[in-house]
Ligand binder design. Structure first.
Ligand code: IMP
Length: 179
């Protein structure tokens, strides 16, 4: 275990198993409507989750990325800034937004609004992690990997000042690392 990690919350094996379940559920749900979702990952945190999840969605899905930012250090700063926009049109496209974690909910709320404005036929959200205790806006992801307590986590895409994204598990960051 990395020295910055207080304890592991979700192991790599648990994430892979959950991605298999989510992949099946997503396929079934979209197939019911005769649709194939376009996966839109939010950089950079969604990358490892996106890579694992898409292997288990047994459909001809395509994927794109966007980069938005709303977070500095360990505290959310509210407004969402688009650093890198989509390179393709999402007009009449069912979009499945792939996110590492839903915390205050501001990011997905704003990005959902943006994609709806661009004409997406639907915008659903799949998040690896959910911290419901931290929510400040009224929004939920349609698909959630794991609900976690209100603690700052790193690994499997999640960072602290850009570090620790490559850890193969989700762990709680030791307090002395951000105090
Ligand atoms: P929200 O807009 O507050 O829901 O924030 C979502 C973004 O905040 C996520 O995409 C993460 O980049 C970041 N974030 C929220 N909680 C954590 C955490 O515990 N560790 C690392 N990043 C986090």
């Amino acid at each position: 275990m990395h020295d910055a990690v207080k304890n592991i919350l979700v192991t790599e094996e648990q994430i892979i198993e959950r991605c298999k379940e989510l992949g099946k559920q997503i396929k079934n749900d979209y197939e019911l409507n005769n649709e194939t979702p376009l996966l839109v990952g939010l950089l950079k945190g969604s990358v490892p989750f996106m890579a694992e999840l898409m292997k288990h969605i047994d459909m001809d899905v395509c994927f794109e990325f966007m980069d938005v930012s709303s977070y500095e250090g360990t505290e959310s700063i509210g407004d969402v800034k688009v650093n890198l926009d989509l390179r393709c049109s999402v007009k009449n496209v069912p979009v499945l937004l792939v996110e590492d974690i839903v915390d205050t909910g501001r990011t997905i709320k704003e990005v959902k609004r943006l994609l709806a404005h661009k004409g997406a036929s639907s915008v659903k959200v799949v998040a690896l992690l959910d911290k419901p205790d931290r929510r400040v806006v009224d929004i939920e992801a349609e698909y959630v990997g794991f609900e976690i307590p209100n603690e700052f986590v790193i690994g499997y895409g999640l960072d602290f000042n850009q570090k620790y994204r490559n850890l193969p598990y989700v762990g709680v960051l030791k307090e002395e690392y951000y105090m």
